[in-house]
Design a protein around this ligand. Structure first.
Ligand SMILES: Cc1cc2nc3c(=O)[nH]c(=O)nc-3n(C[C@H](O)[C@H](O)[C@H](O)COP(=O)(O)OP(=O)(O)OC[C@H]3O[C@@H](n4cnc5c(N)ncnc54)[C@H](O)[C@@H]3O)c2cc1C
Length: 542
């Protein structure tokens, strides 16, 4: 991301902090409580958002956040590779209750991190975070209507070493898991044949060495996803040559980093009103694109192709390097802000090679076509390892829960698991649009339970045939396909189906019933034994 853009975002954030605090914030500190009403796992974008919703909508509830790392921000603190930025627009990636008021719609990682931390500070959430607490298990008891949560507390930043920790136990009435969707300790990194012979440096973007100097070096970036598309033009500014080596192409769209309609709205309307209007404009636009990708994929394909053809020199082999075989949005669309990737290709400092790795040699990458790419640095932008609910073990009344044997209720609770919510954002739109809906729904549910004198809420799935079930995340991306067996599944229709459509979800989650397929009860009620709601052809696995 270039300097002036970064500067203007930083300026607008600072401006918004000093000018946008319009409501008094009630803060209740419960730093050492061993029982809380709501326990949130994870202090990333979703966990901080969930806590803010509680402060605003359920100010009488006590809560705490357990965070495995030593810092807030999750993804936006962890990823430090050159050029790290959003690939969806900030007006929808920002929280609904604290609109993004920056000038640009694509923001760099540090601006997003500041936005999350400023939000936490403004709502007094930072005081409720217990750092370096990695939740490893949660046990539900119907007798007490409580979760007993076990965490490992360790004094290292990314706690993955279980040998040196203290075990901490807390109880809570409601467990809200905002742990993201991937492993922090290890990105997905296949071993390349011959890699031990390589004389240069191999890095993974998830663990970027702060002191890696690529000035004047030749780099090969292996991958074609959002990370590779971000890294290549950013490194090309300083490196001698950067090659994006992909097995198969992805869709890449050149979009303006600063949205001209947004700029006009910001000029005409008061700051907050402008942000809300831009948010809605972007929601409607992305919904329309999603619908187009479902119903008229060929039309969208040719629009995307035209976009690339006009951005690259005449005669460039667009069909080999930028025309995927899958339909748009079967995998996440990559964005090139202001066409930065195409600009780097035009200038000659970056290029794209579509080929297969034969082996890594001492001086680079030998391709199966016989070609050799010379490299001083190899970046394995090969993706993430999916990790559902932060890897914690769930038990309900002594019975261990296997996620793939559960069905997701409204994409945020699990069949047979009481007083439990998890946050998975949209994969085809901004994550936060959905995270906000989930957090708001949890508050609605808590208020409904309090009003009705209930202590337990358990989604109970009706029986369904095996063939009606689908993976929770219907994205063709490699990291989702690799982990489908580890994730909950979903049914054929709402409330057991995630819609990937914000407008429909908004109606369901903000205004729809809270009681459909949910059993409400009290502490001491006979336990509802979790079971696989599959009618035939599949037995419960223990
Ligand atoms: C490089 C990158 C770029 C992205 N860009 C976009 C984008 O432009 N738009 C978009 O919509 N989405 C994007 N995403 C998806 C992104 O992850 C979400 O936008 C968002 O940051 C997720 O927030 P989260 O709080 O749910 O999860 P995370 O950011 O992953 O935070 C989860 C937190 O939970 C903690 N945690 C996990 N397990 C445990 C445990 N067992 N105990 C305690 N704490 C735990 C983690 O340490 C972490 O701090 C991107 C993802 C990546 C990796």
């Amino acid at each position: 991301m270039n300097g002036p853009i970064t500067h203007s975002i930083t300026h607008s954030i600072t401006h918004s902090i000093t000018h946008s605090i319009t409501r008094p914030i009630v803060t209740r500190s419960t730093p050492s409580a061993q029982h809380v009403d709501v326990l949130i796992v994870g202090a990333g974008l979703s966990g901080i958002g969930a806590a803010c919703h509680l402060r605003r909508e359920c100010p009488d509830r006590s809560f705490a956040i357990l965070e495995a790392r030593g810092a807030t921000g999750g993804t936006w603190d962890q990823f430090r590779y050159p050029g790290i930025r959003s690939d969806s627009d900030m007006f929808t990636l920002g929280y609904s209750f604290r609109p993004w008021t920056g000038a640009t719609s694509i923001a760099d990682g540090s601006s997003i991190l500041s936005y999350i931390r400023d939000t936490a500070g403004e709502y007094g959430i930072d005081r409720e975070v217990r750092f370096r607490h990695r939740v490893v298990a949660a046990r539900w008891s119907s007798a007490t209507a409580r979760w007993t949560v076990t965490a490992h507390r360790a004094d290292i930043h990314d706690d993955t070493d279980d040998t040196d920790h203290e075990t901490v136990t807390l109880t809570c009435s409601f467990l809200s898991v905002c742990s993201g969707y991937y492993r922090y300790d290890q990105g997905y990194r296949p071993e390349f044949p011959g890699e031990q012979t390589f004389a240069g440096t191999i890095v993974h973007p998830q663990h970027w060495p702060a002191d890696l100097d690529f000035t004047g070096k030749r780099a090969v970036v292996i991958g074609s996803g959002a990370t590779a598309v971000t890294l290549v033009p950013s490194m090309a500014d300083q490196a001698a040559q950067v090659t994006m080596l992909q097995r198969s192409p992805s869709y890449v769209a050149a979009l303006p980093a600063t949205d001209p309609i947004a700029t006009r709205l910001q000029r005409w309307l008061p700051r907050q009103a402008a942000s809300r209007a831009i948010r809605w404009k972007n929601v409607l636009f992305s919904t329309a694109i999603n619908e187009l990708s479902r119903h008229r994929p060929e039309m969208l394909k040719s629009m995307l192709r035209r976009n690339v053809v006009t951005a690259l020199p005449a005669g460039y082999d667009v069909d080999t390097h930028f025309a995927p075989t899958y339909n748009p949005w079967d995998q996440r669309l990559c964005v090139a802000p202001d066409g930065d990737l195409f600009r780097a290709i035009r200038s000659g400092t970056a290029d794209v090679v579509t080929d297969q790795i034969g082996e890594i040699t001492s001086s680079g990458v030998a391709l199966t076509s016989g070609r050799h790419l010379d490299a001083d640095i190899i970046v394995a932008a090969t993706g993430l390892n999916v990790l559902a609910i932060g890897g914690m073990a769930l038990t309900v009344d002594g019975q261990q829960i296997r996620l793939s044997d559960t069905l997701a209720y409204k994409g945020m609770m699990l069949s047979g698991v009481p007083n439990f919510a998890f946050t998975v954002g949209y994969t085809k739109a901004s994550w936060t649009l959905r995270a906000d809906l989930v957090a708001h729904y949890v508050c609605r549910l808590l208020r409904y339970m309090a009003d009705g004198g209930y202590q337990i809420a358990t989604p109970i799935a009706p029986e369904m045939g095996e063939r009606e079930l689908a993976p929770l995340i219907d994205l063709e991306a490699g990291y989702i396909r690799r982990s489908i067996e580890l994730l909950p599944r979903q049914g054929p229709s709402p409330p057991w189906r995630l819609q990937q459509n914000y407008l429909r979800d908004r109606r369901l989650m903000r205004h729809g019933p809270l009681t459909d397929d949910v059993r409400f009860g009290h502490a001491g009620d006979p336990p509802i034994l979790p079971r696989v709601p599959v009618a035939a052809g599949r037995e419960a696995r223990s």
